[in-house]
Design a protein. Structure first.
Length: 110
């Protein structure tokens, strides 16, 4: 898994590529938490290059969403891969996250 971070006025964008499985879930969660602790209220995850996300990765998404909600923020998914969509849908968690076809649309929604 690789994570690229870009800061914008209204949100930080994290491009997540590769597999988010149990072996890297802690690194994924740390990346999300560091954005929140750094003052970000909205985190946009570009996940078109994410081949797989495990339950540990999904837990990190939920934890970040819970941390941002009281701040008036959210975790937003931009162009999630088919695999990421499937995992969230199977777990019944897709309603928890706003999903946009691309990063520009996600940024424009803020």
């Amino acid at each position: 898994m690789d994570i690229e971070i870009r800061e914008h006025k209204r949100a930080n964008v994290l491009r997540v590529t590769g597999r988010v499985d149990a072996s890297v879930a802690a690194k994924f969660e740390e990346s999300l938490q560091s954005q929140i602790e750094g003052g970000a209220t909205h985190v946009i995850l570009e996940m078109d290059g994410t081949d797989y996300i495990s339950s540990a990765g999904v837990r990190a998404l939920i934890a970040a969403q819970k941390a941002l909600k009281p701040k008036g923020g959210a975790v937003i998914l931009a162009q999630p891969s088919v695999r990421v969509k499937e995992v969230l849908e199977m777990a019944g968690l897709d309603p928890l996250f706003r999903v946009f076809p691309d990063t520009e649309a996600a940024l424009g929604s803020l």
